[in-house]
Design a protein around this ligand. Structure first.
Ligand code: F3S
Length: 639
């Protein structure tokens, strides 16, 4: 067996490991962040259990740290108190970004991890089977329900050779994105092997696994080997080590080879992570902002490289350089060894240990600005400035460019820094609150501010006759459907208010129209719902009584979130039919219950155009039942 099969087979509780078949797996660990976590815990509450059933669950606070109003602080209090009540560890605001801290302090090779954040696969760097899912799936996993996925293809990425100086792990994943595009990983697990793997540290592997999410992959996984042992030992967690490698005769569905010797510094141009070129081929672009950090590139070694490049220099006059360390552990170590002083002396602006600019939480670039970021996403508008152009690069390229004022290939500036990673990291878990024992549960009062509103519930499926509220094109992201910015993030536990902003970057009148028309149907192109795992991109349409979304194809997590909300995810049998629908058309799905029950295609009548067309409902039998019940919470409650 390969590594993914080994973990799946030891966790499978239903189904067979046959590609394309649904399997249910036991989840060992969960993580949430504050943006999705508040809702996940409201859902956990709605499920009516006493205490989490996982081996370990952790609630992180890393997304919304600006606290301009009471809302975020209220959410943090709610998460902290409900975590205590249900037996969940709470990583306090300021302790770091969920994926970085989880890698450092909690992840274990061979375990399954389900997280309500699309970059949960970062844990694959440690040999975990780590999957991003909607908040409700995570709530169910905490309640002891298995997680269901369609058995993915397992693709072997063979790394040969060794990275040359100035070339980094970020360039490996950018190269893969260049080759495969943001759709190239859908329905796949990428399993890394080869001599090149042994040259990569766990944080470097985590950078690659992190951006496997940008390929659309189910997850990515690395072996657990001597490098994994070294990392865990440095974190004083050697007892968590377990060796995990593929058998010599392991089979894969596909093989991709990357020769690390041949890679060069890469850059993803605006506005997609797969728009990748060699830095040297892009030409000198004047830079206005450089942002270093995020769950992709904010490890100790990443920031030490940056500090070493900047040491003794000064950030160019035209550049604002902001740095958000991945964790308090990283910041603490930089503070103690003097690297923080080097960064400050060079003119870097040090932000909190949090997601920060990655989620548009402060540091929106200037109008028409060029922003170089070590992050994982550069979708249009995500940085908070619609006219800005965001380029994704490695920490090396970011730091060298910050000094130069232009996007430059760092090989132009001399020798690359050599960073010695210490044998021991500075371990200090005093900002992680352990949940009290179960007998103290009754003493805990869950604190609910006025911004925490009940979870919206759908009704059981019935016949549908609704108008097309909006027709959108290909590659619509969850950021388009439900924007996430400093103004909106505080509303994540207040869906009625949040839904007023649904699709607002595409069509400012969308939610008003949805309310006037008492709901409706959304029509989309290919890869609808790509990007973040944001469950709110399904909950806002649910709140607005959207009954179905008809597209050419869906991104996996968003499709699952629609099903969980009881919204039909339908795909055109013939993509020509997409061309024959317009906004405002009245569509009818007669005998919807019978049509959904029987499976196969569903017939839709376009009353406005007086035509009919066929759509697929490509879901499992269980998902049909969930859709009939009007969503997953209704389904589980009915059980
Ligand atoms: Fe946070 Fe950005 Fe990662 S929002 S979890 S740093 S993708």
């Amino acid at each position: 067996m390969n590594i993914a099969e080994k973990i799946l087979s030891s966790h499978i509780v239903e189904g067979d490991m046959v590609k394309g078949h649904e399997i249910a797996i036991k989840i060992d660990q969960t993580l949430t962040q504050d943006s999705t976590g508040t809702m996940a815990y409201l859902q956990l509450e709605a499920l009516g259990i006493d205490r989490v059933k996982t081996e370990l669950s952790v609630a992180y606070v890393d997304h919304n740290m600006l606290q301009e109003g009471f809302e975020n602080a209220d959410d943090h209090k709610f998460i902290q108190t409900i975590a205590a009540k249900y037996g969940i560890y709470f990583s306090r605001p300021g302790n770091g970004i969920c994926h970085q801290v989880h890698l450092e302090r909690f992840g274990k090779p061979g375990k399954t991890l389900l997280g309500s954040d699309s970059h949960t696969p970062t844990g694959g760097g440690l040999g975990m089977l780590a999957i991003g899912a909607g908040g409700l799936d995570v709530a169910l996993a905490m309640a002891g329900e298995p997680y269901r996925i369609i058995m993915p293809e397992i693709v072997n990425v063979r790394l040969t050779g060794k990275l040359r100086s100035w070339v980094s792990a970020k360039d490996i994943i950018l190269e893969l994105l260049r080759r495969l595009t943001v759709k190239g990983g859908v329905g796949k697990i990428f399993e890394y092997s080869g001599e090149g793997v042994t040259t990569l540290s766990v944080p470097e592997r985590a950078t690659i696994a992190n951006m496997g999410a940008e390929l659309g992959a189910t997850t990515s996984i690395f072996p657990s080997d001597i490098r994994t042992y070294e990392f865990l030992k440095a974190q004083k967690r050697e007892e968590d080590f377990e060796a995990l490698t593929a058998d010599n005769d392991a089979q894969y569905d596909d093989i991709i080879e990357i020769n690390l010797d041949e890679l060069e510094p890469m850059v993803a141009l605006p506005h997609s992570p797969d728009n990748v070129k060699k830095v040297k081929d892009v030409g000198k672009i004047k830079v206005d902002q450089v942002a270093i950090g995020s769950c992709t590139n904010s490890s100790y070694a990443d920031l030490m490289k940056v500090a070493s490049i900047l040491k003794g220099g000064l950030v160019a006059e035209n550049v604002s350089l902001v740095i958000s360390p991945g964790s308090r552990q990283v910041l603490n170590m930089l503070a103690e060894n003097g690297a923080l002083a080097d960064l400050i002396a060079a003119g870097a602006r040090i932000l909190e240990n949090a997601c920060g600019p990655c989620i548009g939480m402060g540091q929106a670039p200037a109008t028409n600005a060029v922003s170089l970021r070590t992050f994982n996403r550069n979708f249009y508008g995500r940085c908070g400035t619609k006219t800005a152009s965001v380029y994704l690069v490695s920490p090396e390229v970011a730091a060298a460019s910050a000094l130069s004022g232009y996007l430059i290939d760092p090989r132009e500036i001399g020798d690359a820094p050599v960073i010695a990673v210490p044998d021991r990291f500075k371990v200090n878990d005093n900002m992680i609150i352990k949940p009290p024992s179960v007998d103290k549960k009754e003493e805990i009062t869950v604190v609910r501010g006025p911004n925490i509103k009940p979870f919206p519930l759908n009704k059981p499926l019935s016949d549908i006759q609704k108008r097309v509220l909006i027709k959108v094109g290909d590659d619509i992201t969850t950021d388009h459907i439900m924007p996430s910015n400093a103004k909106l993030l505080p509303l994540r536990s207040n869906i009625p208010e949040l839904s007023k902003h649904c699709f607002e970057t595409i069509d400012a009148d969308f939610s008003k129209r949805a309310m006037e028309w008492e709901g409706g149907i959304i029509v989309g192109g290919n890869n609808y719902g790509q990007g973040s795992s944001r469950e709110h991109a399904a909950l806002a349409p649910l709140q607005l009584s959207v009954k179905a979304v008809i597209t050419k194809s869906f991104a996996r997590i968003h499709k699952a979130n629609l099903i969980n909300s009881g919204i039909l995810p339908l795909t055109f049998v013939s993509s020509d039919d997409y061309d024959n629908i317009d906004q405002g058309d009245l569509l009818t799905i007669e005998n919807a219950v019978e049509q959904v029950k029987k499976g196969g295609t569903i017939t839709i009548k376009n009353e406005t155009k007086n035509t009919t067309f066929e759509v697929n409902l490509d879901v499992s039998d269980r998902n049909r039942e969930i859709l009939l019940a009007g969503g997953l919470i209704n389904f589980v409650k009915n059980k």
